[in-house]
Design a protein. Sequence first.
Length: 190
Amino acid sequence: MDEIIFVTHNKGKIASAQRQLKEVNFKIYEYELEEPRSDDITYISKCKVMEAYKLVNKPCISLDCGFWIDALNGFPKAFVNFALETIGLEGFLKLMEGKTNRKCRFTECLSYYDGKEIYQFMGKHEGTLSDEILGEDTEKKWSDLWYIYKPYGYDKTLAQMTEEERKNRIKYDSVDSMVEFAKWYRERKR
């Protein structure tokens, strides 16, 4: 299979790719891509994969994620990093004080660009927000939201879960964009 370049600087995304893209011939190129201001993760992912292609001049993938909290009208959406830098986890919890609806979700868009066409694969991971910051630090985290996000079917945050629990959570109300891409790519290369 042709080699694909995954352009990212996020250690958690790299760890996920190494686990979930085992059957795809890919290489990591650590670089922080520009992120356009938008609340549309498909648009952001498309822009990032096109920038990545200009950088490496090979088929590549890029992944962008957002976080939606129902009780806050979807806030912070694609502005996760900005929200974490400004209000932090404590700010999220403060905004949620007194709220009974704690439903939230990570959404993700993996874009693949071969120099001619862009293909996009969506993922979604339902869950709820905890009432407090919980769990241990890990290299595999994508975001500090792991300390307050409880995946659907679990009563603990991602940061509290074992590696095995994090792998198995996909069996619940989740669709993983990397898994969807890997299936598509294998079929395409047959």
